[in-house]
Design a protein around this ligand. Structure first.
Ligand code: SF4
Length: 346
């Protein structure tokens, strides 16, 4: 199987107790069955604690539940007691791999880092746009063709989507509108239909209040995040995404497309990933604009990283987004395109 990596992937190293938003914070930690079997054999105080903290959650998964927003094994020095006590090799798959994500498509496997890790986010924000040059390259396309027309069509559509989003000759909101429009046509082709002109929007573009309302109704882990969203939502009348936000968001959008676009191989729908990028752009871009006026309580990197942690990495929140795309007409592609176009004309 061909393994594909962005060029910064192997340089990443966890910064442990220097991390400003550790993966040991806020999340329950999944424990795979092999790791659980080993934990059943650990002796002494650590072994007792491992077995006492292992519980079955509401999804029937074995987990360490966060206590006061922290993994019970994350100590006062912000280091891991399991790592210290029995070694890195006995961390669960989740802990040992994060933020590394492997997406296996059968004939090839794409590896990326998650934006929810601050150090990985810094790598992606510093990366050149061609850091993902091996993705969608000739070798991958040849393998995709082996897997079938559908995969090779999606790979080509993904590369075209990336190049639309990175075309610096246009304002970013316009590129995003063009990319969504392109993918509406891709979706018609996937459904065996002829490409069709875009329908007229059935809602006046209005503002982004409905997107903020949706995000404020999500499960939110950090009260700082809730306050930031609430404040920005109150100032939407005057906020405008800043031009210098573009380069940082390009890195997020590129990450997002490489991580999620090919999900369409299973879902048959390329528009979910695009609409999620539109929501991420408007929420993080307007938060950034609000912070630029009020003072930054956390950095721009943290805005994007936190969005990834709060929304992208939450199964419930991603489901809620996709449900809104399915049921709320304001999220129809033509309405989001009209909204983006109205923003790029301001
Ligand atoms: S979020 Fe990233 S840098 Fe921070 S502790 Fe986890 S893996 Fe390390």
């Amino acid at each position: 199987m061909r393994e594909i990596y962005p060029d910064f992937y192997h340089a990443f190293k966890c910064i442990a107790n220097r991390c400003e938003d550790s993966c040991c914070k806020d999340w329950d930690i999944d424990i795979d069955s092999e790791t659980e079997r080993f934990y059943q054999t650990v002796t002494g105080e650590l072994g007792d604690k491992l077995r006492c903290k292992l519980v079955t959650d509401e999804y029937n998964e074995r987990v360490f539940k966060a206590e006061d927003g922290r993994c019970p094994f994350w100590n006062r020095d912000m280091l891991c007691d399991i790592f210290i006590g029995i070694g890195e090799e006995h961390l669960s798959d989740t802990c040992g791999n994060f933020p590394r994500v492997a997406i296996d498509y059968g004939d090839f496997c794409e590896h990326i880092l998650s934006f929810a890790c601050p150090e990985a986010a810094r790598f992606m924000l510093r990366a050149e746009p061609d850091a993902y040059a091996d993705f969608g390259g000739e070798e991958e396309l040849a393998l995709a063709e082996k897997s079938g027309d559908f995969m090779s069509f999606l790979l080509k559509a993904r590369e075209r989507s990336v190049s639309i989003l990175l075309d610096s000759s246009l304002p970013f909101a316009e590129r995003l509108a063009d990319c969504l429009d392109f993918n509406v046509q891709v979706q018609h082709l996937l459904q065996g239909e002829e490409p069709q002109p875009l329908s007229s929007p059935d809602h006046a573009p209005g503002d982004c209040r409905f997107i903020f309302s949706l995000h404020l109704g999500f499960e939110i882990m950090s009260e700082h995040w809730r306050t930031a969203l609430t404040d920005a939502a109150a100032h939407l009348d005057r906020l405008k995404v800043r031009q210098d936000f573009t380069r940082d968001f390009e890195a997020f959008a590129q990450y997002y497309l490489y991580r999620y676009y090919l999900e369409a191989i299973r879902s048959g729908d390329v528009l979910y990933s695009l609409k999620r990028i539109v929501c991420a752009y408007l929420v993080t871009g307007l938060l950034d604009a609000d912070f630029a006026e009020q003072g930054y309580p956390f950095t721009r990197m943290r805005i994007l990283q936190r969005y990834s942690k709060e929304v992208e990495h939450s199964y419930e929140n991603t489901e809620a987004l996709d449900l809104a795309f399915d049921t709320d007409k304001r999220f129809a592609a033509e309405n989001l395109i009209a909204l983006l176009e109205s923003l790029s004309q301001h």
